[in-house]
Structure formats: C-alpha cells, structure tokens
Design a protein around this ligand. Structure first.
Ligand code: KIV
Length: 289
C-alpha cells in the first residue's frame, strides 16, 4: 500500500522559481480575463521588497501598496499622516521585489483633494516609482479626477464604502451602505466612477448584497474587503491575515497563520481560499469590539 502524499508545500524558495516561470506578468487585460472566466482575484497589501517577492511567488494576483502602511508600518492610529513621499518610497520598494503581480499604489490623504492637477502630479510620482495603477478614495467629487487620470493613461482603482481617509467624517470604522438611501448613493457613485473609466473598484465594509449589486453593474473589476464573497476578488491587509496587527481586528479577517508552517504557506492558503471561495465567509462584516 502506498503512503498518502504529504500536502503540497507552499510555492516559495526553490519551488517558487517554477511557479514564477509559469507566471506571466499580470496586466489589466489578464485581470479582466480572470474575471470573465469566473476566477476570483487574490490581492494583498505589500510595503517592502521581501514581502512583495514572497507574495508574488505565492501566486497573489495584485499587490496593493496601501496607505494602511501608516498604521501597520508606521504605528499611527489612522492613514491620515501618510504622505506622497512615504507612498512613493514604499511603492519603489515593492516594485523592486515584485516580478509579475499587478501593482497598485494608494494616493494618500492630501495628495489629490485639491483637484485634477494635484491628482495627476501625485499619480505621476507613484507611477514613476513603479505603480501600474493608482487608487483613490471616495465618489462624486473624485469623478473628474478619475476621468482626467484615465485620459492621461493612468489606470485607476476607486474605493467606496468605508474609506479610511474619511474616518473622522464617517464617525469611525463602521459598515457603510446599510440604509436604503446610503446604498443608493454608493450604487450611484460606483456607476459614475465606472463611467469615468475606473478599471477597478475596492468595496470596503459594505453589506454583501450591496457589493453583489454593484459588482453586477460595474464595468470593471470589483475587489471586496469585509464586503462578502460576491465581488470579483478579495483584498486583505497582509499584517491582519498574518495576525501581527496591533489594535482592533476586523471580524472579517481570517488568521491564515493558524495552522500554517510558514508565512509562505499562510499566503498560499489565502490565495487558494480566495480562488475556491473558501474565503471570505459571506456572513461576516465589521470590526470586533
Ligand atoms: O490601504 C489599504 O490597505 C487599503 C485596503 C484596506 C483596501 O486601502
């Protein structure tokens, strides 16, 4: 009788070379093809070269240099203190470590609020640091910015729902779009951003049914975080899913280090869980007390 084969090791280190060899650089075209084929898109945040290389080698489709780095790297209580210089620095670090994942960088608070010209200048800085797409938060007033960036050849990811740069205006990290009028506003904003050319949309902390509605109508790719399982893909903050975040922990986050032999194994499990639909749990939203 033959012994059962051991579980496949995470594709990192020597094995990763083979995975990488088979991995073509991700493009917007390929991301759309994944969406059209019904394959879920796995995204994680990354802030440095070593983790970018590890995530890329483990099959993460998109890396987000999130301004969450203000909290997990810099120890601030919010993303508000993060500057464009910080974002450009971390984007360049991630770009040096990454080989094939699609690389998105956040426009930080204060780097686009003054209008189109500032948004273009800030986006140019991030694209020159190695980003392939920029992300900005909010709807309505951001529509002309999105249109201007797209017209200038800069791919844009919009971000609706819980938008952390507006944490004080929103009254904390709480679910958005629960009431009918708030849900209608988010649907309308998503439609306008899609029409303006946003190729991707992050939906954070919104009810699953609303995320599903927006996903059905949005012309681009939707990525959820605390927004149920019916978006085209998922994103988590790396430090949250590795359970090394201090402070309040979102309830929708799963600790992928639990039972994992290594960080690479945890990341590979996350990718598989997103691809198979085992993550996220459709019913979990919100931050734990
Ligand atoms: O900054 C960030 O990490 C983000 C994700 C939470 C989507 O915007």
């Amino acid at each position: 009788m033959t012994a059962p084969s051991p579980p496949s090791p995470a594709p990192y280190g020597a094995a990763a070379a083979d995975v990488h060899a088979a991995r073509k650089p991700m493009t917007l075209h390929r991301l759309r093809a994944l969406r059209d084929a019904g394959e879920k898109i796995a995204m994680l945040t990354a802030y440095d070269a070593a983790s970018a290389r590890l995530l890329d080698d483990c099959g993460v489709d998109c890396l987000l240099v999130g301004d969450s780095l203000g909290m997990v790297m810099q120890g601030h209580a919010s993303t508000l203190p993060v500057t464009l210089e910080h974002m450009a620095y971390h984007t360049a670090c991630v770009a040096r470590g990454n080989r094939s994942a699609w690389l998105i960088a956040d426009l930080p608070f204060g780097s686009y609020q003054r209008g189109v010209e500032q948004a273009v200048d800030s986006s140019v800085a991030l694209m020159q640091a190695g980003a392939q797409m920029v992300k900005l938060e909010g709807g309505g007033w951001t529509v002309p910015l999105v249109r201007a960036l797209v017209e200038r050849g800069i791919p844009v990811c919009a971000h609706l729902g819980l938008t952390p740069q507006s944490v004080h205006a929103l009254g904390g990290y709480r679910i958005q779009g629960r009431e009918a009028h708030a849900a209608d506003t988010l649907r309308q904003q998503a439609a306008e951003l899609g029409a303006a050319g946003a190729a991707m949309l992050v939906l954070e902390l919104v009810p699953s049914a609303l995320a599903a509605d927006i996903t059905a109508a949005f012309p681009g790719i939707t990525i959820g975080i605390g927004a149920g399982a019916r978006t085209h893909g998922q994103v988590l903050v790396l430090h949250d899913m590795l359970d090394i975040t201090t402070g309040p922990k979102p309830r929708f986050v799963r600790n992928f280090m639990q039972g994992a032999a290594s960080v690479a194994a945890a990341v590979s499990t996350y990718v598989q869980a997103v691809k198979t639909g085992a993550f996220p749990d459709e019913s979990i939203h919100g931050y734990s007390a």
